[in-house]
Design a binder for this molecule. Structure first.
Ligand code: NAD
Length: 249
């Protein structure tokens, strides 16, 4: 579980542990990962990990292979926002979004491929869940970097779903709309390193179901995609946004 130290990732860790999973909370923020892992319903493990580092991801996968020898569910959830108008977007903002979001998921899938592709004796499906975004489907202004990276993640999801289907590995994505109270949706002063408060207010005002989402709205979808109930679903992007299909703000 990447990006499990905060927000949506933390809610997914808690929900999957409640469902009986041994959750490995991997996050760039080691303290946050520790705090989440130590509070789970079933004992988990905390790991400091930068998903954009091939070296760290490879070492992490080797460690899990040595200690556990199996992996049933991989959730690629780590993400960042670095909003800016395109004409002011720096190379660093563009590259960082891609490195964390799409390359991070690629590195994780590749490193854990040997474990995920092992077909267990009972033939149960293994699950890959990628945290996309409505921005990757419909686009969002001031976020060309993020939207493009999330679109790339959706492409990765669909390609890998086909490639790994013969191994009974389901690969799906979730595309949340606005989920409040997370690191990404907590406004910051400069309006550039995260989403702007006025933007967030305008988005929430348009949500047909009448409220912004909470992390638990997404952890339930992840629990479904991690369960046997979704064994016949692969290559899909599940949109969870309260009916807000196109952000026109
Ligand atoms: P968040 O900031 O609370 O959580 C993101 C987590 O990812 C943090 O714990 C952070 O430390 C971690 N992280 C960042 N860079 C990392 C790296 N290089 N390696 C490992 N971990 C790293 O925000 P959130 O809203 O919970 O976001 C979770 C996911 O949901 C992201 O992929 C985000 O793009 C996606 N998402 C969020 C929303 C929303 O409205 N909150 C909407 C659509 C998609």
């Amino acid at each position: 579980m990447t990006g499990g130290g905060s927000g949506i990732g933390r809610a997914i860790c808690r929900r999957l542990a409640l469902e009986g999973a041994i959750v490995i909370v991997a996050d760039l923020d080691a303290d946050a990962a520790d705090s989440v892992a130590s509070g789970l319903a079933k004992p988990g493990l905390a790991v400091r990990l930068d998903v954009s580092s091939a070296e760290q991801v490879t070492a992490f996968a080797a460690r899990i292979a040595d200690h556990h020898g199996a992996l049933d569910i991989l959730v690629n959830n780590a993400g960042i926002v670095r909003d800016a108008p395109l004409h002011k977007m720096t190379d660093g903002d563009w590259v960082l979004a891609h490195n964390v979001i799409s390359t991070g998921a690629f590195l994780m899938c590749r490193a854990f491929a040997p474990l995920l592709r092992l077909v267990p004796e009972d033939g149960h499906h293994r699950k890959v869940i990628n945290m996309a975004s409505v921005s990757g489907i419909y686009g969002r202004e001031l976020s060309a970097n993020y939207s493009a990276a999330k679109a790339g993640l959706i492409g990765l999801t669909k390609a890998l779903a086909r490639e790994w289907a013969p191994r009974q590995i389901n690969v799906n994505a979730i595309a949340p709309g606005f989920i409040g109270g997370t690191g990404l949706t907590t406004p910051v002063d400069d309006g550039r390193t995260a989403m702007r408060e006025d933007f967030l207010d305008r988005v929430v005002a348009q949500i047909p179901l009448g409220r912004g989402g909470v992390p638990e709205d997404i952890s339930g979808v992840a629990a479904f995609l991690a369960s046997t109930d979704s064994d016949y679903i692969t290559g899909q992007v599940i949109e969870a946004h309260g009916g807000l299909e196109i952000l026109r703000v």
